[in-house]
Design a binder for this molecule. Sequence first.
Ligand SMILES: Nc1ncnc2c1ncn2[C@@H]1O[C@H](COP(=O)(O)OP(=O)(O)OP(=O)(O)O)[C@@H](O)[C@H]1O
Length: 260
Amino acid sequence: MNERLQDYLVFDQVTKRFGGLTVVEAPFNLVVPRGQFVVFLGPSGCGKTTLMRMVGGLDEATTGTIRLEGSPVGPPDERRGMVFQSYSSFPWLTVLQNIAFGMRYRRDLSPKAKASRARHYLDLVGLSDFGDAYPSRISGGMRQRVAIARTLAAGSDVLLMDEPFGALDAQRREQLQIELRRIQSEEMKTVLFVTHDVEEAIFLADRIIVFSSRPARIIDDIDVTAELGSDRNLELRDSEVFFRRRADILRTVRSTLTLV
Ligand SMILES: Nc1ncnc2c1ncn2[C@@H]1O[C@H](COP(=O)(O)OP(=O)(O)OP(=O)(O)O)[C@@H](O)[C@H]1O
């Protein structure tokens, strides 16, 4: 991999304060190669969302820089797609139109290609029968799926996902985890993904960053792909090595609760 791909997304000496509250204190450094699936795992309130928002351009670092392909990240743009906990859909657009909205910048796609892509992602998230519905008429979990479909359809190179599957039932969640991992590896997406679910973290991640309580500090940086390979499927999920790894990581995560 050449240098530009190796240091594709870089947190360089980043700190963050909100008034008197220090969220990221010890300068935060992390180098993410292009195409890596990185999961942030850590106690509630330690600053994971804040780090993601800074990558997305929704917040600014107090000191230090976040660089994407060598340049400081600026305001949100189409290179970075976000699915956050407080997802939003446009109430005046139908579900299908909401998904298509994510592609408004895509000049490389004809209107017909956009329509078929929107339909594809609508089906993928299991909302085939709700394309013409308005967001106010569907459940919160379904609106979350609309947000996921819109972000995937947009085709951004970097996906910033903050507990995107939190409100989904177990079966839908598993299906979307498999699809997300497939899309990510086929299309070389770089993903930052926040979850509190250790199993989800191991299943999806190439690499897991484990944080301490606030102020956020990295206490472990786990190369999951080195141990489990990059092929993720349901057999792996039931395997002994998966369960062993899950137990190890749970131990590390539990230790963060006593670290301050
Ligand atoms: N705009 C803001 N102004 C003031 N404080 C903020 C702001 N945004 C976040 N914080 C505070 O920063 C801290 C870190 O919040 P953040 O949402 O990044 O944590 P988190 O690790 O993502 O938590 P969770 O896992 O519960 O989502 C919290 O104490 C939060 O209240």
